[in-house]
Ligand binder design. Structure first.
Ligand code: GDP
Ligand code: GDP
Length: 435
């Protein structure tokens, strides 16, 4: 079902981004040192008492040139649409008309709202929170984002309102995939093209209303589920047009997928936002296929495809493992290559390799190509083992994990790729000290 989502809402300057940073902190990710992945500091993952959740700082959602009140209002609407729980942030300095405006919108939504009064930097200030009862969301939680006070009590309350997790409703052998990309690259057209022929719609699973947004179907005996088809089709609402909203939508779909199709517009070329969206899928450790759509509309000679491919490899260096498929949703040319690619990527994403073979490969490579010495010390690789799948994750036992530099990690990763079938999936490598 995916992690629950918490949205932080409130007018500017109440301290939303400060609180966001407190909750999200600095989390370690698999793309830590990789170039090309732009961090977007309005989405993050929070953890409280071993419960993980998405956090959105709605203050970072750019609505364009909307006037102040309109902007605050639209951010609140997005929060309502996307969040399971809303943290409504106010400032101890007092309730303003903008706060009341937001309160009205949140109240109508019937979503669980936890009221925070920020900038309560010391206990004497606690007496000032009583005014906030008037907002109608019950007990206000006094916090100080900048001092990190009161956040525990606030999060205790937040996680109380999380929906029960029903787990993944699909069988293990069902391949779940999603299509992500900027608006108008042709995601919904692609879904329609895919579903056009030979499809058997499987009835939605009873009791899982949230999954009615997914489209299950079977081709040649293999069951697939297209994740969040409804979200892709949703149109016309204000936030559809905001760039960051489509990123949010993509994030949620990514999380529930095995394979992610990063859809590009062959006619328009590659944009910065394409990279950001792809970066999220990579970071989430999903199998990835790059789909260049609208290839029918591109004027081509024998070099065009190759040139485009080179451009993709150059701009998406972190996706060196992802196959590229050129096709047209409109004419359906090469649509047939998509499902086999998805199936291949999904198999590789779940692939386990034998420890004995893995060790032979890794130790041979390390012997042939030892790590360079760093300040007189040299990394030694002792043995390796695959600890998990989706994505395949390898622990490499070494003398000093700090000596494992990015370039050597990449060398080991490439070594594993060359020895086994891992096309389409990222590989994760963790260096650990041998005990
Ligand atoms: P946002 O616009 O709601 O995201 O607000 P920011 O997080 O950018 O904070 C606005 C201002 O309030 C900044 O100058 C922060 O340093 C300050 N601020 C945030 N949290 C606190 C707090 O707990 N106490 C005090 N005194 N100032 C804070
Ligand atoms: P989405 O916003 O990513 O779901 O994009 P849509 O599927 O709504 O497509 C956006 C526009 O691109 C529509 O006008 C489609 O007709 C057009 N389009 C989609 N796929 C293709 C294609 O393969 N070739 C051409 N020429 N146009 C396409």
């Amino acid at each position: 079902m995916g992690m629950p989502t918490v949205a932080i809402v409130g007018r500017p300057n109440v301290g939303k981004s400060t609180i966001f940073n407190r909750i999200v902190g600095e989390r370690i990710s698999i793309v830590e040192d990789e170039p090309g992945v732009t961090r977007d500091r309005i989405y993050g993952t929070g953890e409280w008492l071993t419960t993980y959740f998405h956090v959105i700082d709605t203050g970072g959602i750019d609505i364009g040139d909307a006037p102040f009140l309109e902007e605050v209002r639209q951010q609140a609407e997005i929060a309502i649409e996307e969040a399971d729980v809303i943290i409504f942030v106010n400032s101890r300095e007092g309730v303003t008309s903008a706060d009341e405006e937001v309160a009205k919108i949140l109240f109508r939504s019937k979503k669980p709202v936890v009221l925070a009064v920020n900038k309560v930097d010391n206990p004497e200030m606690r007496s000032q929170i009583y005014d906030f009862y008037s907002l109608g969301f019950g007990e206000p939680f006094p916090i100080s984002g900048s001092h990190g006070l009161g956040l525990g009590d606030l999060l205790d309350e937040v996680i109380k309102h999380f929906p029960a997790d029903h787990g993944d409703p699909y069988d293990e052998d069902v391949i779940k995939f999603s299509l992500i990309g900027r608006p108008n690259v042709g995601k919904s057209s692609l879904v329609n093209a895919l579903l056009g022929e030979e499809r058997v719609i499987v009835s939605p699973i009873a009791g899982t209303t949230r999954d009615a947004v997914d489209t299950p179907y079977i081709v040649d005996g293999q069951e697939y589920v297209i994740i969040d088809t409804a979200g892709m089709r949703k149109r016309g609402k204000v936030y559809e047009s905001t760039e960051k909203y489509s990123v949010l939508r993509a994030l949620k779909a990514i999380e529930r997928s095995d394979v992610v199709l990063v859809v590009l517009d062959g006619e328009e070329g590659i944009r910065e936002q394409d990279k950001r969206i792809a970066g999220y899928a990579h970071e989430a450790g999903r199998a990835i296929i790059i789909v260049v759509n609208k290839w029918d509309a591109v004027e081509k000679d024998e070099k065009t495809m190759r040139n485009f491919e080179e451009k993709i490899r150059d701009q998406f260096q972190f996706l060196d493992y992802a196959p590229i498929v050129f096709l047209s949703a409109k004419t359906k040319k090469r649509i047939g290559t998509l499902l086999p690619a998805i199936q291949m990527a999904s198999e590789n994403h779940a692939r386990r390799v034998q420890s004995s073979v893995l060790n032979e490969v890794i130790l041979d490579a390390a012997a042939m190509n030892p790590a360079p010495a760093d300040k007189g010390k040299r990394l030694k690789v002792y043995y390796a083992t695959q600890v998990s799948v989706k994505p395949p994750t390898f622990v490499v036992f070494v003398n000093e994990p700090e000596l494992m530099h990015f370039s050597y990690e990449r060398f080991l990763r490439n070594t594993i790729r060359q020895a086994f079938e891992f096309e389409g999936t990222p590989l994760k490598i963790i260096a650990r000290k041998r005990k």
